[in-house]
Design a protein around this ligand. Structure first.
Ligand code: FAD
Length: 519
């Protein structure tokens, strides 16, 4: 037992548990064949003309089929349609949005997947503004973030990613041993790494600030974003700025300080730092809805699982439910393991590379407590926990971070359980997860042991792991794809929504052949 949540021996994290692409997850709408489809003899000449002018790499494509209607697929189609191209999105589920989902708990609608957009990566926020949702973007309440330690919840020392910019403050921080703090401060004197190659986040952090600070302070934040293991995650693919700080300043502490100074110098006197995160009032589903509306209903086909992609002339035939859609280009905006299956006949060399991108399962636990509990929650946006310390890897005090009138004085908390190495927790029954999480929250912040309402949302194989060498692997995948076939999204060049939008912008610009300042 770990805090009431029973543990089982860990499963193989790579064992695929997703449905095969042929499975009918949503059922429903039949795929309407494209007007130029081969099976319609009356338009064969048009189809031949289209194929004759089918694109080579880098040239303009016309009919693009996007497989997957998550944020990446929708944003790609939106850019293509905006550029005057004919794009159709095929989405297996009956709702668009992929991992963007909300759930009702205790009469409240709460985020079940992503809940906010990183402010320093502008592409997600820019897209919201472009779609008329700018007024709905909201910064969090100005409350600090905490980290769970043997002494309970402690505020992070000041500085980005939990890396202190003030040695005095670091030495006074009560969450680590004196030896651990002195070792962290040794970062200021240690020689810089000479090798320019990729390494794991854990390796860089342990070299610079020592094991204790790496595990207690920085890993919970950085590893937590991927539900990953810092000793496997690639610095270059996740937080390349850390390597740059060491390279340019010879120290993480000095690099962090230089970054904060540079950010302050870019602000007008008296101006507050920009918010780290922004949420969308009413939920990120509004971004999905706005994208779907902008693409147009006829271009988004739901309940349409793609089962095969075949060569057809100089283009492709995308098969879903036994019907076919012809395309000059196909964009696979699905998880990498789905892309691996669909690409097997067309690009066998990239299949092992796609299949080798590991995925981790996690679960979100949404808890709503009775009236009178809201004001009892600490004034904090929530906390992260070091690996193995708790069943909870991270908790957001939603009613503190994003207060809403509808909450009344109820504490609303969102927790993550299950990450690399503890994925077995995700398989526990709902009651055990809620009981275990409730008990841990009760012990840490004094909430009642039982919430008034709770819901567990499982995310099987939802978090791609950017392991050391990830960017080389992605480059090799991209080089190995035949002309007119593309992969894009969370698995490749940035795992959060802003990076997915950036990838969509860049790919659409490449397909249309247009240059874009957004990319
Ligand atoms: C619990 C959780 C919390 C997160 N929190 C944040 C956060 O706060 N901020 C943030 O920026 N990011 C967050 N993320 C990451 C964010 O959710 C992803 O970056 C983003 O949603 C990925 O979008 P995508 O379109 O690339 O992939 P997905 O959302 O996975 O979309 C892929 C789509 O492909 C469809 N599909 C699969 N197979 C087929 C097929 N054969 N035919 C047709 N369609 C198919 C799927 O149904 C799905 O809709 C979080 C992720 C999770 C799981």
């Amino acid at each position: 037992m770990l805090g009431g949540v029973r543990r089982r021996p860990p499963r193989d994290a790579l064992r695929p548990r997703h449905r095969l692409p042929g499975d009918r997850r949503g059922g429903g709408d039949r795929l309407r064949p494209h007007g130029d489809a081969e099976r319609r003899p009356g338009v064969r000449a048009g189809a031949r003309r289209r194929r004759a002018r089918a694109p080579r790499r880098g040239a303009v494509s016309r009919r693009v089929v996007v497989v997957g209607g998550g944020v990446t697929g929708l944003a790609t189609a939106y850019r293509l349609v905006s550029a005057g191209m004919d794009a159709v999105v095929l989405e297996a589920e009956r709702e668009p949005g992929g991992k963007v989902r909300s759930a009702e708990v205790g009469g409240l609608r709460l985020e079940a997947g992503p809940d906010s957009l990183l402010g320093r990566k502008p592409w997600g926020v820019e897209l919201c503004r472009e779609l008329g949702l700018g007024e709905e973007l909201e910064p969090p309440a100005p409350v600090p973030t905490h980290v769970y330690t043997a002494r309970g919840l402690l505020r992070f020392p000041s500085g980005p990613f939990g890396i202190s910019t003030d040695v005095g403050e670091l030495l006074r921080w009560p969450g680590m041993s004196l030896a651990g703090k002195l070792r962290a401060a040794a970062d200021l004197a240690l020689p810089r790494r000479r090798d320019e190659g990729d390494e794991s986040l854990g390796s860089l952090l342990r070299r610079r600030i020592g094991d204790e600070a790496a595990e207690a302070l920085v890993a919970p934040l950085l590893g937590g974003l991927f539900a990953g293991d810092v000793d496997r995650l690639s610095v270059q693919a996740t937080f390349p700025e850390l390597a740059a700080w060491e390279r340019e300043h010879g120290s993480l502490l000095l690099g962090a300080k230089a970054q904060m100074r540079a950010a302050a110098a870019n602000r007008r006197p008296g101006e507050d730092p920009p918010p780290m995160f922004l949420r969308l009032r009413g939920g990120l589903v509004r971004l999905v809805g706005a994208l779907a509306a902008a693409i147009g209903p006829g271009r988004l086909r739901l309940g349409t699982a793609v089962t095969a992609i075949e060569p057809a002339g100089l283009g492709y035939r995308v098969v879903a439910d036994g019907e076919a859609l012809e395309a000059d280009a196909v964009v696979l905006a699905t998880p990498a393991f789905v892309a691996a299956e669909l690409l097997a006949p067309l690009a066998p060399a990239v299949v092992p590379l796609l299949a080798a991108i590991p995925y981790v399962s996690t679960a979100v636990v949404l808890l709503v407590y009775p009236e009178g509990t809201g004001s009892a929650l600490p004034r904090s946006s929530g906390f992260v926990a070091p690996r193995g310390a708790l069943a909870i890897t991270a908790a957001t005090f939603v009613s503190r971070k994003w207060p809403e009138e509808a909450f009344g004085d109820r504490a609303v908390v969102r927790c993550f359980v299950g990450a690399s190495g503890t994925e077995d927790l995700v398989d526990q029954p709902d009651e055990d997860i809620v009981e275990g999480v409730g008990r841990q929250l009760a012990a840490i912040v004094g909430l009642p042991e039982r919430p008034e309402a709770a819901r567990v949302i499982r995310w099987p194989h939802a978090m791609p792991q950017y392991e050391v060498g990830h960017l080389d692997r992605v480059a090799e995948i991209e080089r190995g794809l035949p002309p007119g076939l593309f992969v894009v999204g969370q698995a490749y060049r940035g795992a959060g929504i802003p990076d997915c939008v950036r990838q969509a912008n860049e790919l659409a610009a490449r397909i249309t052949g247009a240059s874009t300042s957004r990319a």
